[in-house]
Design a protein. Structure first.
Length: 375
């Protein structure tokens, strides 16, 4: 079996295999390799190992050498030049008024060619632009048009999950993603929530699609009837990662979550599933299937008060009796009731204004020499 080493290049979409020859680079080392375009600078992501020859291309390109200090300095200087050359690339595009968006500039490690990446919706006639670029940089120019997904991979960024983009972290070819995958996983069909930075459907929609598809083929749908040892029930929720089903009795009561294996759905779609008698609830949410209901906070407080009135510890009864007012009877009780009835009447009399205390509206004096009938 041939020995290969996996190397990731800067703008390559996947890990490329090279022949290490007599070298033994470790994972994380930088190497200089030979490709179809020339010499390039890359990072080792897979140490040398033996793999079957059936999965390899016809001919492996060799690893020239493990990068030393001079090679690392040269790679850093090329990166600095690319930053300023990208600004020049933008300026010349604006000068020629071309409908294209510059993405990046790459120098081969032997500095024999420049590769300029751009995004455009349609084909662009950039012959005049290439002439100006060659006159500006004095290099051989190679123009590469890429798609929006390749643009996101080259530029990088963070996704909705807060992690680095999957297309950057997991090097590989892009796989097709459809809206059916989002529907199968019960995701909201909002383009803002299921689209990535590239504007296309997120690549991570493929990761759990097969698991959701397999689970829903074996599990009953929400609302399907279920026969239990205590009566009828229906499915109210599905948990695909845990492979559990939540059911609720038809006669009322708490829900119960059981494993999918505890349901016998061999009768087919539309027929009631049967809950096995030895099924053990995994995550009970509100009581058990027998109809017991978890009491609310108000009911718990009411029952606790009833228990306190009927008994309780001696210290509790003594404290409750000490807070009760002493019972009164006879003349003392009649005098207290009379004073309580007279107090609201006295307060009401204070709030009502008396006749002598009312303010009368004073008439304004009439000017002299005016007649009562004139305005």
């Amino acid at each position: 079996m041939p020995t290969v080493v996996g190397v990731r290049l800067r703008y390559a979409g996947k890990v490329l295999w090279f022949d290490p020859t007599t070298l033994t680079p470790d994972e994380g080392d930088h190497v200089v390799v030979t490709t179809e375009r020339g010499q390039e600078y890359g990072e080792v992501v897979s140490a040398p190992r033996d793999i079957p020859a059936a999965g390899l291309p016809a001919e492996l390109k060799p690893v020239v050498r493990i990068a030393d200090e001079a090679d690392r300095d040269k790679a850093a200087s090329l990166r600095e030049r690319e930053s300023s050359e990208l600004d020049t690339f933008r300026r010349l595009i604006a000068k020629h008024k071309l409908d294209m968006k510059p993405i990046g500039v790459e120098h081969l490690f032997d500095d024999s060619k420049m590769v300029l990446y751009f995004v455009a919706e349609e084909r662009v006639d950039f012959r005049d632009l290439v002439r100006d670029l060659a006159a500006e940089f004095h290099h051989r120019i190679d123009m590469r048009q890429v798609g929006v997904r390749d643009e996101a991979r080259m530029v990088g960024g963070l996704g909705h999950c807060g992690q680095q983009l999957c297309c950057v972290r997991f090097a590989g070819d892009f796989q097709p993603v459809s809206i059916r995958m989002a529907k199968e996983q019960d995701l909201p069909l909002n383009p803002l929530k299921i689209s990535g930075l590239c504007g296309r459907l997120m690549c991570c929609l493929r990761y759990e699609y097969e698991a959701y598809k397999d689970f829903k083929q074996r599990a009953p749908k929400c609302g399907s009837p279920v026969e239990t040892p205590t009566g009828g029930a229906k499915v109210v929720a599905l948990n695909v990662p845990r492979e559990t089903v939540t059911i609720r009795p038809l006669e009322g009561g708490g829900e119960m979550t059981v494993a999918l294996e505890a349901l016998d759905c061999s009768a087919g779609r539309g027929c009631p599933c049967v809950l096995k008698a030895d099924a053990v609830p995994q995550v009970p949410t509100a009581g058990v299937l027998t109809g017991a209901r978890t009491p609310s906070l108000r009911e718990a407080d009411r029952s606790a008060g009833a228990e306190g009135d009927s008994g309780g510890s001696p210290s509790t009864r003594k404290r409750r009796e000490s807070t009760k007012p002493a019972a009164q009877s006879g003349p003392a009780l009649e005098q207290r009731q009379r004073s309580e009835n007279a107090q609201p009447a006295a307060e009401a009399a204070k709030t009502q204004p008396s006749g002598s205390g009312r303010r009368r509206r004073r008439r304004r004096p009439r000017p002299e020499g005016t007649d009562a009938g004139t305005a």
